[in-house]
Design a binder for this molecule. Structure first.
Ligand SMILES: [Fe+2]
Length: 470
C-alpha cells in the first residue's frame, strides 16, 4: 500500500458547525414531538450523508466522508430515530486500520490501491427498489444493501450477479417498477446505461459513446424515454494523464442531452445541444406531444471564480448557483427550447415520485442561503405548470437539507402528503425533523420531531412507505 502524505488536514468549513460529523450511532424510541406526527403518515424517512469516521488525511472535501444514514420511523403517531454508518468494504478496511487509509478527492489519488483510487463510501444517494434500500455513491460502482428499519448494512448488492455498479440517481418508474441506471468512468466506455426489472435483475444494458470522460450526476425518464446528460465538466485530461485529478469545465462545449427509448441501444441515442451548463439534479421529465419536457436545476458556471462573494456557496472549486430551468426537446424537428423558471437559487429538488416520468406540477426545492457553504434556509414548493411558488422558511439560524415527499395514507393527489427534512440549528447544535403539510407549506410544520443528537447537513433521502416495508 502506498504511503500517504501526513500533511496537516485543512479544516474545511464542511467539517464545522452544522456540517460537523457525529461519532455515535444511537437508537431513540419515542422521540419528543412538538405538534404531532400525523397518524396518516406511516413509513421510514432515511437520509444519507458524508460523516467521516476518522480524522481525514490531507485536504478534506465534503464528498469524502463515510456514508452515514439517519432514519426516522413513523408509525401510529410515534417517531423512532436511529443512525448508522454504511459499512462498505472500504469502511471495514479503515475500521481494521483504526485510521483513514484513503486520501480524499482534493489529494493526489493512489491509482494502484486495490480498493480503488477513491474510497467508495456509498455516502450520496438512496433508492428503494425491488424490496431493497440501496446506498449509492456519486462516483458510481458497487452499491450497498441496507436493511430496514435496522439500517444494518447487508453488504454489496450486484443485482443477483447481473450488474456490478451504478451511479447515484437511478430512476424508478412508479408504474412498471423498472429502474433506469447509469454509470460513468474515466476509461471507455465513459458512460453506460441500463434497465433493472422489477425483479431486481438487469434486463437491458448498453454503452453510450461520449467524446471523453465526464463527471455526470443524474438522468431523467419519461414513461417511454430516458434522458442522459453530457455536460463539459470533467477531470482535466492532462492532469489525469499525470495521475492527478483536477476538475475543469469547458465553457466552449455545449450541454448535450441524449434521448433514447427506455430499452434502446447506445447507437440510437439522439443528442440535443443546449447552452453550456452543468446540472447536478433533474426534477422530472415527461412527454408532451412531439416534445419531451425536462425540468431541473441548471448551473451556468459550475467552477468557483476568484471574485466570488460569499453569497454564492461553494464546495472547494465547485460553485453552486443553480436555478429552476426547463428544456423542451422536439423529437420531430430536433429543436431545443429552454427557459429559466425562477430567480431563486434552489437545489436538491424532490417531487412526488408517484408521477415520475409523467406530467407533474409540484417540486419541493431547498432554497440556498446566502452563505459560503451549501446551507438551505427553507424550501420552495414550485408549481412548474403555472410558475407559482410558495416558500417555507426554517427560521433564523436553522438549516435543512433535501426534502422528501411522503404521500398521506390514502393520498388522492400529487401534493396530498407531507414534506419532511432534518433541520439543524446552527446556534445550539440541536436537530429536528420537520413535517410540513405539502398543501400548506407556508404554514407552520404540523410536527417537529426532536432528534436526540445533532444530524449534520447531508445529501439525499428516500421515503419508504409502511406498505413497502417487509
Ligand atoms: Fe445528487
Amino acid at each position: 500500500m502506498t504511503a500517504i502524505d501526513e500533511r496537516p488536514t485543512n479544516r474545511s468549513i464542511y467539517l464545522e458547525g452544522a456540517f460537523a460529523p457525529v461519532d455515535r450511532e444511537i437508537d431513540a424510541v419515542d422521540c419528543t414531538v412538538i405538534g404531532e406526527v400525523p397518524t396518516d403518515l406511516a413509513g421510514v424517512y432515511v437520509r444519507n450523508g458524508s460523516n467521516p469516521r476518522h480524522e481525514p488525511k490531507g485536504r478534506y472535501h465534503w464528498f469524502d466522508g463515510d456514508g452515514m444514514l439517519h432514519a426516522l420511523h413513523l408509525e401510529d403517531g410515534r417517531a423512532h430515530y436511529r443512525n448508522r454508518w454504511v459499512r462498505t468494504e472500504a469502511f471495514a478496511i479503515e475500521d481494521a486500520a483504526g485510521e483513514a487509509v484513503w486520501r480524499g478527492i482534493n489529494e493526489r489519488p493512489d491509482f494502484s490501491h486495490p480498493g480503488g483510487p477513491f474510497k467508495d463510501t456509498a455516502n450520496t444517494d438512496l433508492v428503494f427498489h425491488a424490496g431493497r434500500l440501496l446506498a449509492l455513491w456519486w462516483l458510481g460502482g458497487p452499491c450497498y444493501d441496507v436493511a430496514l428499519p435496522s439500517l444494518e448494512t447487508n453488504g454489496r448488492f450486484d443485482f443477483h450477479g447481473t450488474l456490478a455498479g451504478l451511479s447515484a440517481h437511478p430512476k424508478v418508474d412508479p408504474v412498471t417498477g423498472e429502474m433506469m441506471v447509469f454509470d460513468f468512468d474515466v476509461m471507455p466506455p465513459y458512460l453506460t446505461y441500463g434497465v433493472v426489472g422489477r425483479d431486481g435483475r438487469l434486463a437491458h444494458h448498453t454503452e453510450i459513446e461520449l467524446d471523453g470522460p465526464r463527471l455526470l450526476h443524474d438522468i431523467a425518464i419519461t414513461d417511454r424515454h430516458t434522458i442522459l446528460c453530457d455536460f463539459p465538466l470533467m477531470w482535466d485530461p492532462e492532469q489525469l494523464a499525470r495521475g492527478r485529478t483536477k476538475v475543469m469545465f469547458d465553457r466552449d462545449l455545449p450541454a448535450r442531452f441524449g434521448i433514447l427509448p427506455r430499452h434502446g441501444d447506445g447507437a440510437v441515442v439522439r443528442w440535443f445541444e443546449a447552452s453550456s451548463c452543468y446540472m447536478y439534479h433533474t426534477i422530472n421529465a415527461w412527454e408532451s406531444g412531439d416534445e419531451i419536457v425536462l425540468v431541473g436545476c441548471r448551473i451556468s458556471d459550475p467552477l468557483a471564480r476568484v471574485d466570488d462573494a460569499d453569497e454564492v456557496p461553494r464546495i472547494d472549486v465547485l460553485r453552486l448557483e443553480p436555478y429552476l430551468h426547463e428544456w423542451r426537446f422536439d423529437l420531430r424537428t430536433g429543436a431545443v427550447r429552454e427557459r429559466v423558471l425562477d430567480d431563486v437559487m434552489t437545489e436538491f429538488p424532490r417531487m412526488d415520485n408517484r408521477t415520475l416520468g409523467r406530467p407533474s406540477r409540484y417540486a419541493y426545492s431547498p432554497r440556498i442561503a446566502s452563505a459560503p457553504a451549501l446551507l438551505f434556509d427553507g424550501f420552495v414548493k414550485y408549481d412548474t405548470g403555472s410558475g407559482a411558488s410558495v416558500h417555507h422558511g426554517y427560521g433564523e439560524g436553522r438549516f435543512g437539507g433535501e426534502t422528501v415527499f411522503a404521500p398521506r395514507v390514502g393520498s388522492t393527489g400529487e401534493d396530498d402528503g407531507y414534506v419532511l427534512t432534518f433541520v439543524a440549528d446552527a446556534r445550539d447544535g440541536t436537530s429536528e425533523c420537520v413535517i410540513v403539510d405539502a398543501r400548506d407549506v407556508a404554514g407552520e410544520p404540523v410536527g417537529r420531531v426532536v432528534i436526540p443528537q445533532r444530524v449534520p447537513i447531508g445529501y439525499h433521502s428516500w421515503w419508504v412507505g409502511a406498505e413497502e416495508l417487509g
